[in-house]
Design a protein around this ligand. Structure first.
Ligand SMILES: Nc1ncnc2c1ncn2[C@@H]1O[C@H](COP(=O)(O)OP(=O)(O)OP(=O)(O)O)[C@@H](O)[C@H]1O
Length: 317
């Protein structure tokens, strides 16, 4: 495990920002750390970085327990992109990266800086003062700084919050490449469609508690209380709809654009029974597709509607 926490807790007065969190991030994985505003993501990251002391609980980084002091050797193995990065407005991008390269003692800094600026399409703007940079450009430059010393573990707090879709794609491609080179990534975000695209596993945190920690597929399966089947028919009529509605396990049927949208419970495959019901009413099935629940839907479900359900099921401690 690159990162592990056990019973990690942080209180601010009467507020429990992080509540007995057990996280597991394995080497080489891209881990999405998701949660709504105020869920406790930043506080968790600050504790992992040794910037905020935990009230209770323990943290291991690269298998070593995190002590009270911040070890410089440990810091060098981690790259952090936080929302609070301060950029020196009177420096150019080139000067800024050279400054940090010297600070970190990066060898082969010139090539690394060139490569990162090229990858993030900032190379043409490298001689401009950062005061004139847009928010998106600043965010990309902060990411370049985070990657500069080639850290093994990247902790990225909302890495694409200021980026347009094109910038998001650039950053995503760069992060995927870092991961292919063996880097472990922890990405805290609420931009779910992007996280969904690159994370191997996600942890969902709400009010400081971990509601779920699972692979994307596992999470979808566990979160979806209903799934939807989209059935295309040669023709749709009322007897067919009635026959489908009568199939046990079907909770609703809608007609849209000559198709049937059938809601069913998860965990049961009703396709054979539905096919038989349609055929028995004289219908002909042209195609049948199960619609996957996106993480965005899962996330909305988990944070707004299904918390008590999840708590009851004991999906996470
Ligand atoms: N220094 C502090 N003093 C008091 N309360 C704090 C402090 N830092 C965080 N909190 C509280 O702890 C809770 C968790 O906040 P945190 O910033 O960790 O959430 P987050 O998931 O990062 O949210 P966001 O997505 O909005 O950044 C919130 O209720 C917040 O108000």
């Amino acid at each position: 495990m690159v990162l592990r926490t056990e019973g990690l807790t942080r209180r601010f007065g009467s507020v429990v920002a992080v509540d007995h969190l057990d996280l597991h991030v394995a080497e080489g994985e891209i881990y999405g750390f998701l949660g709504p505003n105020g869920a406790g993501k930043t506080t968790t990251i600050m504790m992992v970085l040794g910037l905020v002391p935990p009230t209770e609980g323990r943290i291991w980084l690269f298998g070593q327990p995190l002590g009270a002091g911040r070890s410089p050797a440990l810091r060098r193995r981690i790259g952090v992109l936080s929302e609070f990065h301060y950029l020196y407005e009177e420096m150019t991008a080139q000067e800024y990266l050279e400054f940090f390269a010297r600070l970190y003692g990066v060898s082969g800094a010139r090539r690394r800086i060139d490569e990162l600026l090229e990858r993030l399409e900032l190379a043409d703007r490298r001689r401009e003062l950062l005061g004139g940079y847009s928010k998106g450009m600043k965010q990309k430059l902060s990411l370049a700084r985070t990657l500069l010393h080639d850290p093994e573990l990247l902790i990225l707090d909302e890495p694409v919050s200021s980026l347009d879709p094109y910038g998001i794609r650039q950053v995503r491609d760069l992060l995927l490449e870092e991961n292919r080179r063996g880097k472990t990534l922890v990405i805290s975000s609420h931009i779910l469609s992007e996280v969904e695209r690159i994370c191997h596993r996600v942890g969902i945190i709400h009010r400081g508690r971990l509601l779920a920690e699972d692979t994307m597929d596992g999470l979808r399966t566990r979160l979806a209380t209903e799934q939807e089947l989209e059935v295309e028919l040669e023709r749709v009529d009322e007897p067919i709809v009635a026959a489908v509605q009568a199939v046990e396990g079907v909770s609703g049927v809608d007609r849209r654009d000559g198709k049937l949208l059938i809601r069913t419970r998860t965990g049961v495959d009703l396709r054979p029974a539905i096919s038989r019901a349609i055929a028995g009413s004289g219908g002909v099935v042209l195609s049948m597709q199960t619609r996957q629940m996106s993480l965005e839907e899962a996330f909305v479900t988990i944070t707004e509607n299904n918390i008590s359900l999840l708590a009851r099921e004991g999906m996470a401690s």
